[in-house]
Design a protein around this ligand. Structure first.
Ligand SMILES: [Zn+2]
Length: 191
């Protein structure tokens, strides 16, 4: 089953949220992250900030990169979610994973409504796995799997023709389209 990121649970006004994001030290730092891994290169993305791009063709099913992080208690996780940490995954009933660390380059991977990877849990690890063949140079993305809570605070800029406008799990795409009067999903082009 696909792993899902957690997100903040409180209601905060969107302007404050954006201001805090802008000052996020991790996204702004820039130097401390590995520039490349076996499969990925990290550079500026048209979606947002830095993103991850395929250094070479990636076959479907490839474990592209592990989503690393600190193992944290549910208590700490709840606190971090209130502090706008968007890098937390549910691991099990006792622990979560906080990927907001400079040794986790996978945190730079952007969300997309039409992703080419997904986050999968393998025992107590999270892996970003290719769900289709990815050509060299293409941006690597996965669906963050966010819930519907406060979803309008999380605009999506993935730029796909089928973008629903917000970062939400694929299972909510139809509902979000209806709520926002978006046309039904366009037929997928064969690639
Ligand atoms: Zn989108």
């Amino acid at each position: 089953m696909a792993a899902k990121k957690k997100k903040k649970v409180d209601t905060t006004d969107a302007a404050e949220f954006k201001a805090r994001r802008k000052g996020d030290p991790v996204k702004d730092a820039g130097v401390e992250v590995a520039e490349a891994t076996d499969w990925l290169q990290f550079r500026y993305s048209e979606i947002e900030g830095r993103g991850a791009f395929a250094r070479k063709a990636i076959p479907s099913g490839t474990k592209v990169i592990e989503y690393l992080g600190r193992r944290i208690s549910k208590e700490e996780s709840a606190q971090l979610c209130e502090d706008f940490n968007e890098y937390i995954f549910d691991l099990n009933s006792d622990f979560d994973l906080d990927g907001n660390v400079d040794w986790n380059p996978a945190r730079l991977i952007n969300h997309s409504c039409e992703p080419n990877c997904e986050a999968e849990q393998d025992d107590e690890s999270i892996w970003i796995v290719a769900t289709r063949d990815i050509r060299k140079g293409a941006e690597v993305t996965f669906n963050y799997g966010y819930s519907l809570e406060n979803y309008r605070d999380y605009p999506c800029k993935c730029g796909n023709g089928s973008c629903v406008g917000y970062i939400v799990a694929a299972e909510y795409h139809d509902l979000v389209r209806r709520e926002n009067n978006l046309p039904a999903k366009p037929k997928r082009k064969k690639v």
